[in-house]
Design a binder for this molecule. Structure first.
Ligand code: B12
Ligand code: SF4
Length: 566
């Protein structure tokens, strides 16, 4: 395996943050934007790792939940955003295999090839640059995304331009377009190929939320946070849509284009911008929109709203950093996060907590208690990540200055394996043990996330089914109507299967199933008898498949815009 110091020295391109050279063909240039190649869920020489699949939940949230793990893929939104905002002929190639990438760059003649990557995948970027030089030598190579934060990246990959920070304005400028033109939001279906309990959910138009990206970066500037650092750090971020009105109009268009009523809002701290959120609410009320929203928000930002305001805004799922009560992050100050979680769930808001393992104050003596504290939040989902100094962040600079960085391959710096720095009290090996134990403990004590979200949904439905605001009633009725039959059936199968893990949780699932039965219509009441055994069978079949090493990969997708065959 390669270490970060052995990466090839190849060239010295321009790292663009200001002074600028545009492409000679301008907006006539043919552009390819590609994500890095797969397969991903395997160990290979380019930096794929079996432990680091191209999946959000299974990778870092539900990975200990076996067949109950929520599995789905997300497109590469950064390059989709760039494509939608340039007028040059452009293709986006998402999740290619190496062969697909080679075929695309030889069957079409590209003037510009843009590669998007995070730090972990730098080995693939290097290989793709090599392939471009060999197979498409006329192409200018532009590399963007978080990979650009690696120190001295220009000496590791053979690219012409390495772009740090926001890419839409950079690409517009490069192609001689107006970089300050309004942002056009592409229609993005948030997830695809969703699987749980051994079945793949059908993909009907409108059934999956649309992704909306109002901004990049976060002004809170937590020391470890790479998204904040990459877009300017503390006090800075880039807004694509400044006002609630702009956001409302984008959502209106998505509702029409994708036939959705739910939105995954990809903004690191959506609720922090209260004025924008409240204006959005006003517009939603005026137009009678019963939309639902999944958002990321810090505890201090959530506290700016009453639960009713959140519910009226349609917040149905909230990703909140819990980190550690002793870490002193300003976003948590003065907040009892356990109480907050309980309250949100009682209002039907699903909570996804996020906890860091291996903070500076952690020791083998206190970390078990800290994990128990995290797990006691009983969130619907819980992400655990290792404290990780990532290039570009203040934490990385600090740990480097202290001489505590370990020489670790970038492919292994993703927060789900082992420390990449020398911790005062916890060894590298133990970092993984504690991390794995945290996932397991959360699953063992709180049960499958699917059970937990069913409970939150039921609580919300009971509280709001007769609420005066029709939009709110409609949302809960919609969610309950669509899901109660399926959830009751899933609960039936979960109850049986979870006996093997913990009898107590299995009993709790049974109790919830009874409550669902009381609240459901006739069809939903009948469904578990038929669908339950089927789900139990698919669940057990999936357990066997996973035990044999089954993994999942995203499909390869090509999308062309402003396209004329050459
Ligand atoms: C969706 C997502 C994923 C998806 C990946 C989808 C995909 N197709 O790649 C999933 C869930 C699978 C995923 C997995 C992982 N992810 Co992820 N993910 C995200 C997330 C939440 C959103 C990304 C996004 O679309 N943002 C919005 C777009 C508009 O921003 P953007 O991608 O940064 O793009 C902008 C610029 O960077 C730039 N740009 C991007 N590409 C290009 C290309 C060119 C040519 C140019 C010029 C510019 C440019 O322009 C864009 C517009 O301004 C981010 C967090 C975040 N808020 O960004 C983390 C994030 C990117 N992920 C991260 C990590 C660490 C991972 C994992 C390693 C985590 C893990 N252990 O589970 C795995 C890796 C999986 C793998 N094998 O590669 C880190 C990256 C850290 C780093 N510094 O490299 C982030 C920043 C989260 C974090 N704060 O830690 N992830
Ligand atoms: S609040 Fe969250 S997104 Fe913002 S800087 Fe802190 S960790 Fe990053």
């Amino acid at each position: 395996m390669e270490t970060q110091t052995s990466i090839l020295q190849t060239c010295n391109p321009s790292v663009d943050s200001g002074g600028f050279e545009t492409h000679p063909k301008g907006r006539q240039a043919r552009v390819l934007l590609s994500s890095v190649f797969g397969p991903y869920a395997q160990d290979d020489e380019f930096g794929s790792r079996a432990i680091n699949p191209m999946e959000l939940y299974h990778n870092q949230v539900t990975r200990a939940q076996g067949s109950f793990s929520l599995r789905m893929f997300h497109r590469s939104w950064g390059i989709m955003m760039i494509q939608a905002n340039i007028s040059a002929p452009c293709a986006v190639l998402d999740f290619p295999k190496r062969g697909d990438f080679a075929r695309e760059i030889t069957s079409q003649r590209y003037d510009v090839i843009g590669l998007s990557s995070i730090i972990t995948n730098v080995g693939k970027v290097r290989e793709m640059c090599r392939m471009i030089r060999e197979l498409s030598p006329q192409s200018s190579i532009v590399v963007g995304g978080h990979v650009a934060a690696i120190p001295a990246i220009e000496s590791m990959i053979d690219a012409d331009h390495i772009v740090r920070g926001e890419g839409i304005s950079w690409m517009r400028r490069y192609l001689g377009e107006d970089e300050s033109a309004p942002i056009r939001h592409p229609g993005i279906v948030s997830g695809m190929r969703t699987r749980i309990m051994g079945i793949r959910l059908p993909e009907r138009k409108g059934a999956t939320a649309a992704t909306i990206i109002p901004s990049v970066g976060c002004p809170m500037g937590c020391n470890f946070c790479t998204t904040s650092a990459f877009f300017g750090g503390k006090g800075k971020f880039v807004n694509f849509f400044e006002t609630g009105d702009e956001l409302f109009n984008v959502m209106l268009r998505m509702e029409d284009e994708l036939k959705v009523q739910s939105f995954f809002v990809m903004d690191e701290n959506f609720l922090l911008h209260r004025e924008r959120a409240m204006r959005l609410l006003e517009r939603m009320k005026e137009a009678g929109k019963s939309w639902s929203m999944s958002v990321f928000a810090s505890a201090n930002a959530i506290r700016k709203y009453t639960p009713q305001e959140l519910v009226e805004l349609g917040v149905s799922w909230l990703w909140m950093g819990l980190e550690s009560p002793r870490a002193g992050y300003s976003k948590l100050q003065g907040t009892d996060t356990r109480e907050l979680t309980r309250e949100l769930r009682e209002h039907g808001i699903r909570v996804q907590g996020s906890t860091i393992i291996g903070l500076e104050h952690h020791t083998p003596d206190n970390i078990v208690d800290e994990i128990e504290h995290a797990v006691s939040h009983n969130t619907d989902f819980h992400q655990f990540m290792l404290y990780t100094p990532v290039p570009g962040t203040p934490l990385y600079q600090q740990i480097a200055a202290e001489g505590r960085l370990l020489e670790v391959d970038y492919a292994d710096i993703h927060g789900q394996y082992k420390f990449n720095f020398k911790h005062a009290a916890i060894s590298r090996e133990d970092s993984k043990r504690f991390l794995d134990w945290a996932f397991w403990r959360d699953f063992e004590l709180n049960g499958p996330s699917l059970y937990r979200i069913s409970r939150t949904l039921l609580a919300g439905w009971r509280r709001y089914k007769d609420w005066p605001d029709a939009r709110v009633r409609e949302r809960f009725t919609r969610e309950m109507g669509r899901l109660s039959g399926i959830y009751s059936s899933a609960l039936w199968a979960m109850e049986k299967q979870f006996r093997r893990v913990d009898e107590n949780v299995s009993q709790q699932i049974r109790a919830l199933r009874r409550e669902f039965r009381q609240e459901s219509g006739v069809v939903s009441r009948m469904m578990p008898a038929v669908l339950g055994p089927v789900l139990l069978w698919t669940t057990r079949r999936e357990e066997k498949r996973l035990a044999r090493g089954k993994t999942y990969e995203p499909p390869t997708i090509v999308e062309r815009s402003n396209w004329v065959e050459a």
